[in-house]
Design a protein around this ligand. Structure first.
Ligand code: ADP
Ligand code: MG
Length: 712
């Protein structure tokens, strides 16, 4: 039964004066007075195990209990502290039985309503008793109400003290009551004192960037003055919040910079070559490289010639021609006598790479080996042997490439394709897997999800970046239209016409469910329906539940033109390259994110023919969906689309926070704090040089011990 007390005096929760073990930031919460195993467990659920964690556990919002509001001046929907005398107290039998107390302070009257109450409570709330209450003001039947307010009886004549600060409301967890958490944090703040809140940003440095000290920030956030600007705080834009966000972003940035620094101290085989293979390869290639491709190839080859491992991110919009760049890097490794591995996120894409590389490399007697999921391929043992002996120079596959039991003779280069879902830990793990004695392989990570610069700095500060900022010549932008599903028949006619004119088309079925089997079902159903209305077309089906050989033969048939229309799930999202396909229909387009739609659309517009993309939607469209579809119609530029996507959805969604390993921030918000990010980028190097010890401490504070990523 809720009977809250408006606490005024906070007890000291920790040690007595003169304790030989004074409270510090690293004191475990279990050492605090009143924290037993049960409470400790609940705190742990919130990630609170040390005193420092309590201080960095920031309020979600605040309540104003610093002034008494006259009842006559109450505003509906606002929380308020009031004082008054009970005029009447009775049980009412409305729709639900409740205890109602009318309270007046001379300026007006309000009802306190309790649906749950004890006899004791009922007896203690009698006329003439004076109360102080806090709660949200609502419009009741004919009168203002507070439902289940916090209250306390005022017994003496003397004025009771009221709060001097706004009251913080913390994120909490089941079984951990707000007042208890609040008292714990306030107690720690009191016992620690401002000097106990150790600032890792030296005063001179802080002055330079014009932000408050850590203790100023922490104290303000837990004990804001009554006139604190609540709207600014709610947006997270108060200087004290910006101070913490800055510190957090700096810590993450420094940690990635250290990783990069450590990588330069690692050894890698210097893969320099005369470039004979590359020359012959380019001479045989049916097109010249674009200037952008040539530039990034140079950047990559220079990296590979060094004796520390390359850590390079290659960004290039869909269709910008990253594969051929990867091929040139692979040739460099091979000519220098090493092996190379190319890893793709899906089997479909890996198979396509396999075929392309086999075709490109067959004149040079380079063996390209296929490694799929465990146990899938019959010849797996032989493949493994050829990689181990060095007989095969190139391996292509999915993550299976780096499973247990896969050993390379001397792996010099790892290329990771289309990995917008590839975090720091995965990059490090991959480097470790490819380690050969003291040598780490060079790493090239390719992505078609262009990442706005500020974000890239955060997510990929441990990498160097190359950008292919130009598409091969002759590409005609894909004309894009959003069409209601009610006009599906017209769309079907368009498909028939395109295919009869010798073009090919994709029909992409999407579901919000990530489940492979549901997606597969939807695609099967659509394929059957389309086969009925388009009997003159040869229709293929591809989805994630098919056996690899079946997928492969379907793709091969589509590629050769034997299939006109390919009904597919989003398995074809990345990388699939069939230049003769010039029409794409995407179902339920309103449910997909911008970047995903752009990826899908990138499957067409790869040949000389005019290409079209039809975004089928079910109306009515939400504001967000409307904005997305409009953006896709307006531009084909992946960077522009990524920027819009970021605005519309926020960085976590765009990059898929969990999968990218893009850090989950406690205070910072990449979208809101973009200008802070830029400042972090400007000062990080200087900070690291001038204050190496503080840099360490910052990283440990915000990323914990695991930030050191083992021994790498
Ligand atoms: P992505 O960057 O999306 O991986 P791909 O490597 O699949 O792009 O290339 C897309 C298509 O463009 C392929 O058919 C490829 O052969 C072709 N291509 C790549 N570079 C050039 C170029 N410089 N000139 C003409 N076509 C090119
Ligand atoms: Mg690609």
């Amino acid at each position: 039964m809720p009977l809250s007390i408006l606490a005024t005096e906070k007890p000291s929760l920790t040690q007595e004066q003169g304790d030989p073990n004074p409270l510090t930031l690293s004191t475990p919460v279990t050492a605090l007075k009143g924290v037993g195993p049960n409470l400790a467990r609940r705190l742990a659920r919130l990630g609170l195990s040390k005193v420092q964690d309590l201080l960095f556990h920031l309020p979600q919002r605040y309540q104003d209990r610093t002034q008494l509001v006259p009842i006559g001046a109450l505003q509906i929907g606002r929380e308020a502290l009031i004082e008054g005398e009970i005029q009447l107290s009775e049980i009412r039998q409305g729709r639900r039985r409740s205890l109602v107390c009318a309270v007046s302070d001379g300026t007006g009257e309000i009802f306190l309503r309790f649906f749950h109450f004890s006899t004791w409570q009922q007896n203690s709330l009698t006329p003439a008793i004076r109360l102080r209450c806090f709660g949200e003001v609502r419009q009741g039947a004919g009168r203002l109400e507070m439902v289940h307010p916090e209250y306390r009886r005022l017994l003496g004549e003397e004025a009771e003290a009221i709060e001097v600060h706004l009251t913080p409301i913390y994120p909490t967890t089941e079984g951990l009551r707000q007042p208890l958490l609040r008292d714990l944090i306030q107690g720690v703040l009191k016992d620690l004192g401002e000097e106990g809140i150790i600032d890792h940003l030296p005063p001179t440095f802080l002055e330079g960037i014009g932000l408050p000290t850590l203790s100023q920030a922490i104290v303000y956030l837990h004990q804001p003055p009554p006139d604190a600007p609540l709207d600014v705080l709610a947006e997270g834009k108060h200087p004290v919040q910006q101070r913490l966000a800055f510190e957090e972003l700096l810590a993450h940035h420094l940690s990635l910079r250290q990783l990069r620094l450590r990588a330069t101290q690692l050894q890698a085989p210097s893969l320099a070559s005369e470039g004979q293979l590359q020359k012959r390869f380019l001479a045989a290639l049916s097109f010249p490289l674009t200037a952008a491709q040539e530039r990034v190839v140079q950047e990559i080859l220079e990296d590979m010639a060094r004796d520390s491992p390359m850590q390079r991110l290659l960004q290039g919009d869909v269709g910008s021609g990253k594969t051929v760049v990867a091929a040139l890097a692979i040739l460099q490794a091979v000519e220098a006598g090493h092996q190379a591995a190319l890893m793709a996120p899906t089997e479909l894409l890996a198979e396509q790479h396999l075929r392309v590389l086999q075709r490109w490399f067959s004149p040079f007697e380079i063996n390209v080996e296929w490694l799929a999921a465990k146990g899938a391929a019959k010849g797996r043992r032989e493949s493994l042997n050829r990689l181990k002996s060095g007989e095969a120079q190139v391996a292509v596959g999915t993550h299976a490439l780096f499973q247990e039991g896969v050993n390379f003779h001397h792996l010099g280069l790892v290329v990771v394709d289309e990995q917008h879902r590839f975090g720091v830990e995965q990059r490090l793990a991959l480097r470790e897997k490819g380690r050969h004695g003291a040598y780490c392989p060079h790493q090239l990570i390719m992505t078609a999800t262009p990442i706005p610069r500020t974000l890239a700095m955060t997510a990929y500060a441990d990498l160097d970046t190359s950008v292919i900022d130009q598409l091969p010549p002759g590409r005609i932008p894909v004309a894009t239209a959003a069409v209601s599903h009610r006009r599906r028949t017209e769309v079907v006619v368009k498909v028939r016409r395109a295919c009869q004119a010798g073009r090919q088309a994709y029909w992409v079925c999407t579901l919000i469910e990530e489940s492979d089997s549901l997606q597969a079902q939807a695609a099967e159903k659509t394929a059957a329906e389309l086969a009925e209305v388009l009997p003159e077309l040869r229709i293929g089906l591809i989805h994630g539940r098919m056996k690899p050989p079946d997928k492969e033969s379907t793709m091969a048939a589509f590629k050769s033109g034997a299939i006109h229309l390919l009904v597919a799930t989003t398995v074809i999202e990345v990388g699939v390259d069939v230049p003769n396909a010039s029409l794409m229909i995407i179902e339920n387009a309103e449910r997909l994110g911008l970047s995903q739609l752009h990826q899908l659309r990138g499957r067409v517009g790869r040949g000389a023919a005019d290409s079209y993309c039809v975004l089928l939607y079910h109306g009515p469209l939400s504001e967000l969906s409307r904005a997305r579809l409009a953006c896709l119609r307006a531009t084909n530029d992946g960077f522009e689309i990524a920027r819009r996507d970021l605005e519309l959805r926020g960085p976590g969604e765009v990059l898929g926070t969990r999968q990218t390993g893009l850090p989950q921030y406690r205070v910072a918000d990449l979208l809101r704090d973009q200008d802070l990010l830029a400042r972090v980028g400007r000062v990080a190097d200087r900070f690291q040089r001038q204050y190496p010890a503080q840099a360490e401490a910052l990283i440990r504070r915000w990323l914990g011990e695991e930030s050191h990523y083992g021994e790498v």
